[in-house]
Design a protein around this ligand. Sequence first.
Ligand code: HEC
Length: 109
Amino acid sequence: MKSRTAIALFAALAFAASSFAADGTAVWNNHCSSCHGADGKGDTKMGKKLKIKDLTDAAYQASFTDEAAFNAVKIGVKTEAGKTVMKAIEEVTDEEINAVVVYLRTLKK
Ligand code: HEC
């Protein structure tokens, strides 16, 4: 394949990939499940250490808005005393955060 054709093909593929919606499940598994658990229960080593609340619990899910969940990922979570308990997840785009918030809502039992 001539290199110019290869570049054009690469550009077309990159465009196609970026026009798909972000995959919330993948974002969860890659960036959140190590603490919150794949199922959202927080039943992980880190989860226990950090006393993570159970995201499958409907009452807990109702206690924060989608915007608060977005901000938890974007800017992190602090206790009232100002101690950081969840650091901002910097590797994800805003689109991926929106997708993972949608996914997080599906963990509710
Ligand atoms: C280093 C461990 C860790 C990682 C990684 C992590 N979290 Fe958290 N998260 C916490 C802790 C600790 C809390 C605060 C305790 C709690 O409310 O359960 C928290 C709280 C939250 C809250 C509740 C915010 C509120 O207002 O009550 C949401 C929503 C959340 N995390 C979503 C996510 C998402 C989505 C990801 C992945 C993009 C993620 N977390 C990654 C540790 C983590």
